[in-house]
Design a protein around this ligand. Sequence first.
Ligand SMILES: O=P(O)(O)OC[C@H]1O[C@H](OP(=O)(O)OP(=O)(O)O)[C@H](O)[C@@H]1O
Ligand SMILES: Nc1ncnc2[nH]cnc12
Length: 160
Amino acid sequence: MGSCILLVDISPLLKDPVAFRTLIDLLEDHVRASFPKIDFIVGLDSRGFLIGTPLAQRLGIGFVPVRKKGKLPGATECISYSLEYGKAELEIQSDAVEPGQKVVVVDDLLATGGTMGAACELLKRLKAEILECLVIIELKALKGSEKLNSIPFYSLLQYD
Ligand SMILES: O=P(O)(O)OC[C@H]1O[C@H](OP(=O)(O)OP(=O)(O)O)[C@H](O)[C@@H]1O
Ligand SMILES: Nc1ncnc2[nH]cnc12
């Protein structure tokens, strides 16, 4: 029998204001308990923006977007990465983060880890200190966290 990957859709969570607030509460509690000082939340295009911006506001810190190629103005760093089928490119503005600034990287989902791994590579080029990669859902069977090597990783929910 072939394997079946769960298709993740966070739309119902976003539609429910109590569930959405509870999600941000949980993420805020986790981040506050783990890290005394963070400079920025970095969110990944596009669903990482929906989670990362309210979280940054709660924490009283700024938000930095990592976007699909061709969307950000000015000088950028760009990286190509593999998806389950095909390739894509991500960008960050070259002056988005100063060397040594502390960031937590947020997305909705870790599947193969290609997207999160590529975003971390961009942040390393800017010499950011990545405190953690944080997602709502991890698809454990795809072993995406192994792509992050030694970068700390945290998921609220895990599915096999
Ligand atoms: O771990 P990976 O295998 O890289 O997959 C996870 C990524 O895939 C989805 O984004 P998608 O590329 O579908 O873009 P979207 O958020 O703009 O829909 C999801 O929001 C993650 O960013
Ligand atoms: N299983 C999945 N569900 C939704 N979006 C995805 N992006 C990559 N893998 C995915």
